[in-house]
Design a binder for this molecule. Structure first.
Ligand code: ADP
Ligand code: ASP
Ligand code: MG
Length: 407
């Protein structure tokens, strides 16, 4: 008997009919002779509504109560799905994160899963139940509720699949797989049948919402076969798996985007040893994820440091930068939220030169100015103006002929 973990995202459980659709699919998987653990997200829009509610109650909500509030969305959907299954004569039990001991660190809003105790889940499965677990949430050592960051239900599913040594982890969403670019912004995007963990990790960290990057990280670490499929069709989907020789033959496999970052430029800092550490150490201690960093050195012994952070951490990053530069003559802090990052990803870049120059040339021909650049072995990221993002995605997609991919 195989054990399958299935995760259904917000759109897939967006209303009672859609929850019944999920229940039918789950019941079919169970009837085919599998044990099934289902992870669900909150109904579409619900987590955003709760974010708004938190800010309505307090301009700067405390992180503990913020997580208590945000985790409630998933409590509704687990109970609704278990009820829908029971209405179809399929025994089912729902569990919140803490009830199945999904233990995390104490970093509210972006907690990391440390361990999961599978006893209660196994017991419920062995009694013939479909087990429904709330995604996105866990509990720290002191018993506080934590959440795993936006999109975190993907990570709950993969962590459960790893803990239960599941035969497969299937992420059901509103697209039928991983595409060469977000199909909502790029009409010629093509579906990938397979993608390596490494490329998917870069795509997720470049902004591909379709999988949370920690979910991919965990899947790679524990060798979990990870599928992305549609909850509205029977299409085969995309398998995220180990790299094979066919994958490396593709020069580029995707163009991704992120419009949720902001840029901070700290100008006129004395160019001396330790200047970057003075700025970035307190930022790291505040658990703020810095993405790109560019340092410009001027001839007169001063330097500018420009970096990007998630928009929702901008305020805190500015406060830290102000603290660090207090009393420094002539220093200034500038910010820009109207930016977007576009990234070109592909394991083929390791062995082929010229990908960066092709990308830069294409954007320049399209009249798109590049503000910041960073590269890794298999990714080139460029910060541009937000209103040029969609154009840039489509230009790059065409430059690398991704519309004709046949994987
Ligand atoms: P869910 O609510 O099911 O978790 P998400 O909205 O988090 O779904 O993720 C699915 C969305 O990811 C798609 O609707 C699509 O717009 C977006 N997306 C971004 N990049 C890609 C890509 N390369 N392939 C497929 N979808 C992508
Ligand atoms: N409900 C959470 C969110 O909207 C978690 C998830 O959907 O994965 O981010
Ligand atoms: Mg998601």
């Amino acid at each position: 008997m195989a054990l399958i973990v299935q995760k259904y995202g917000g759109t897939s459980v967006g209303d009672p009919d859609r929850i019944r659709n999920v229940a039918r699919r789950v019941k079919k998987t169970q009837a085919a002779g599998n044990q099934v653990v289902v992870v669900v997200s909150a109904m579409a829009g619900e987590t955003n509504r709760l974010v708004g509610l938190a800010h309505e109650m307090h301009p700067e909500p405390s992180t503990r109560e913020y997580d208590v509030l945000l985790s409630t969305g998933e409590q509704v959907t687990i109970a609704c799905l278990a009820l829908a299954l029971q209405a179809m004569d399929q025994p089912s039990r729902s569990f919140l994160g803490h009830q199945v001991q999904i233990m995390t660190d104490n970093a509210y809003s972006k907690a990391r899963i440390k361990s999961i105790d599978d006893t209660r889940i196994r017991c419920a499965l062995d009694a013939g139940n479909v087990v429904v677990v709330a995604g996105f949430q866990g509990m720290d050592e002191e018993g506080n509720i934590t959440t795993l960051g936006r999109g975190g239900s993907d990570t709950s599913a993969v962590a459960l699949a790893a803990a239960l040594k599941a035969d497969a982890c299937e992420i059901y969403t509103d697209v039928d797989g991983v595409y060469t670019a977000d199909p909502r912004l790029c009409a010629s995007a093509s579906k990938l049948n397979k993608i390596s963990y490494e490329e998917m990790l870069e795509m997720a960290s470049a902004g591909a919402k379709v999988l949370q990057h920690r979910a991919v990280e965990l899947a790679a670490k524990h060798d979990v076969p990870l599928w992305v499929k549609s909850s509205f069709s029977e299409e085969e989907g995309t398998l995220v798996t180990k790299e094979d020789s066919a994958m490396a033959q593709l020069l580029v496999s995707g163009v991704e985007h992120n419009e949720n970052e902001a840029k901070i430029a700290v100008r006129h800092l004395a160019d001396e040893p330790g200047v970057a550490a003075r700025l970035f150490m307190p930022i790291a201690e505040a658990n703020i994820n810095v993405d790109m960093i560019v340092q410009n050195v001027s001839a007169d012994g001063f330097t500018d440091l420009t970096f990007t952070v998630p928009q929702n951490e901008l305020k805190q990053a500015i406060q830290i930068a102000e603290e660090v530069t207090k009393g420094m003559d002539g220093s200034a802090i500038e910010t820009d939220e109207n930016i977007a990052k576009v990234s070109v990803i592909g394991v083929g870049m390791r062995s082929h030169a010229g990908v960066a120059s092709t990308a830069f040339k294409r954007l320049s021909e399209a009249g798109i100015n590049i503000d910041m650049i960073s590269t890794s072995e298999i990714k080139i990221s460029m910060v541009i103006k937000q209103d040029q993002m969609e154009k840039a995605i489509n230009e790059l997609h065409e430059a690398f002929e991704l519309g004709q991919l046949n994987t």
